[in-house]
Design a protein around this ligand. Sequence first.
Ligand code: HEM
Ligand code: HEM
Length: 170
Amino acid sequence: MNLQVDNSYAPIQIGLHWLIAALVLFQLVFGESMVAATDAAEEGTTLGATDAVLATAHYWVGISVLVLFAVRLAVRLRLGAPAPAEGNALMALAARTTHWLFYILLAVVPVTGLITVHINPGMGEFHQLAKPAFIVLIVIHAGAALFHHFVLRDGTLKRMLIIAKSGRSA
Ligand code: HEM
Ligand code: HEM
């Protein structure tokens, strides 16, 4: 089986994509512990040990996402992205829009989290919108990736999985 593709993202882009995706997933699954922590602080109750560990993890994983986002954006602006597979202009626009909306969320969500903790707890409600916003985008984005792979069979998923054998075109 030949797993190589000619037109792919750079290895650092592939690594950052999947690392950030895993960290965001962690934040979405365990974010409720941070809500429990802020509730306990407001009500003066004691936080359970598991929630305490997960809330601390939420803080540091969230800051890691912000740092990795900055690296990723710098790499993206420097290296660009491979040209889209054959498809119509509307699909290319939908992909570009989704990708840049992700970049906006990857910056805005951790920053609003930091503001909630250090400046204004009232920002917490806005920060919590991260959950539906990320879920909607991930469903659209992962759905599109799987559609490209299994229906269009145009190699779009492979270029985010496999390092190109002969350089990149963009
Ligand atoms: C990509 C990064 C992040 C994601 C995806 C994320 C996601 C979430 C989610 C899903 C919740 C719980 C919402 C719910 O269950 O309804 C939450 C709560 C919270 N997060 Fe984050 N978060 C991120 C980064 C951060 C950072 C960097 C901080 C602080 C340094 C932070 C602080 C908080 C706080 C304080 C709450 C509780 C808000 C409240 O109780 O009103 N988050 N986050
Ligand atoms: C939190 C989860 C995710 C985030 C934040 C995310 C973000 C992104 C972003 C911003 C891009 C644009 C490329 C770049 O500029 O670096 C991208 C590309 C891509 N992602 Fe994701 N992604 C996530 C999850 C997934 C999942 C679960 C899949 C597969 C099922 C996937 C498959 C792809 C593919 C195939 C591309 C390349 C698309 C193209 O070249 O047009 N991503 N992703």
